[in-house]
Every structure is written in structure tokens, then in C-alpha cells.
Design a protein around this ligand. Sequence first.
Ligand code: FPP
Length: 248
Amino acid sequence: MLEFLKREKIKIEKEKMPQHIAIIMDGNGRWARKRGLPRSAGHRFGAQKLKEIVLFADEIGLKYLTVYAFSTENWKRPKEEVENLMNLLREFFDTEIENLINKTQIRIRVIGDISKLDKDIQERIVSAEEKTKDKKGLCVVIALNYGARQEIINAVKNLALDIKSGKIDIGDVDEDLFKKYLYTNDIPDPDLLIRPSGEMRVSNFLLWQISYTEFWFSNVLWPDFKKEHLLKAIEDYQKRERRFGGVK
Ligand code: FPP
């Protein structure tokens, strides 16, 4: 990797590494169309890219990588594409994730309302989370049937129930307490959000958690995303001054 950094003239400072990067893996469909391939081929290459970036993120010592794999809005896609994505997910858990479980210290977490996914997919998720829960390497957080507004509403409902039952006093509700009701209650907020494919929007991803996250956009389509892009995003991130609303 050092050789590569030198060649690309990329300077990464170890002390300033982000601990959590989030990625909106966008552009699979356009990547396929450009090659005259079906959209499913784009998703298949996108999944391979995910495996490559997960391994690389672990290698460079990243602590958390959150990826947007299927949103609460993605059900609106044609039935065939949804089925295709679900089958790809099954295959991904059975091959790539199984491999990661056996060969690495990577931990798998899933965020989102998985109760709406087929039972066999839910079982694969629970099993991967259970098998990796004590691992100490990169934590890969896969957002599946995830929507940030849905996450916040779910949190509000559960908090309201706890207030109603007397478990929580309304005067004690603050940001730290609210966070406990989110899917990401034990995960630090992302330092950096990457969105490839030229789109510059957040698409209902981690709305609460990205309040002070740095954004990095690129025109490259997700299946073409390379380790170099990840390193360039980290290099650019390290040049930013994060003030969290204060002054330096
Ligand atoms: C966005 O590209 C991508 C998705 C909605 C799905 C993301 C899925 C993968 C990267 C692969 C599957 C992942 C797993 C974990 C198996 P798009 O279809 O919106 O592309 P477009 O905007 O070019 O049409």
C-alpha cells in the first residue's frame, strides 16, 4: 500500500484517520446500462466491489464502515429488480460474508427494519451478527430496509412508550438518551460520508447521525470505485477543519 500511496502522491496521516466511514453505493444501474448489461449485472459488480472495499478498509485499520444496501424506498423498484437484489443478498451472505466470518476479524451488523425481509434472509443476518459479535476488526454495518425517517419514528415511538410506562422521565430526554433508541445506539457517528455516481443528496440515510459528518462526492460509479478513491476521500477529509459549530 505504501508504494501505491507514493505513486498516487496521496498523503494519509495515521493520527487523523476517520474511525467511521459511510458509503451510499450508487450508480450500479448506470454502470450496467453503459455496457449494455441488465441492471442486475450492475448490482452483482457492486456487491463484488463492496467485498473489495470491506477488506481494504479492514486492512487500513478503519473501525466502522456503514453501507447503504437497500432503502425503505427501494421497494418501489420493479418486482424483478427487488427479487434480484434479495437473491444477491442471500448469495452475498452465503459466500462472501461466510468467508469473512471464517477468515477475518471483521464484525457484521445490520441496521434497518429487517422484520420485512424474508425469514431466510433474517436468519442469515442474525447468524452473521451472532457469529461475529466478539470480533475486534472492522465493523461492517449493512443498512437493509433502512430509512432514516423510519428509524427516527421508530425511536420516538419506543421512547414515548418508555415515558408512558414511567421508565424515562421526559425531563431526562436529551441527545445522548435519544441516541439509545436508534439502530446505531452503540456505533459512533460517521466522520465521513462518501457518495459516488455524481448524485449530491443524502437519500434518507443516517439523518440524525450525519449532523457533523464531512461529505465527499465523486462522479465515479460504484462498480468502478477503487481503493484509490477511498484513500483520496480520506486524504481530502484530513485536510478539512472540523469545528462542530465552534471556532478554532
Ligand atoms: C444504487 O444503485 C444501488 C442500490 C440500490 C443497491 C446497492 C446494492 C449493492 C451495491 C449490491 C448488493 C449489496 C449487497 C450487500 C448484496 P442504482 O441501482 O440506484 O444505480 P443507478 O442510480 O445508476 O440506477
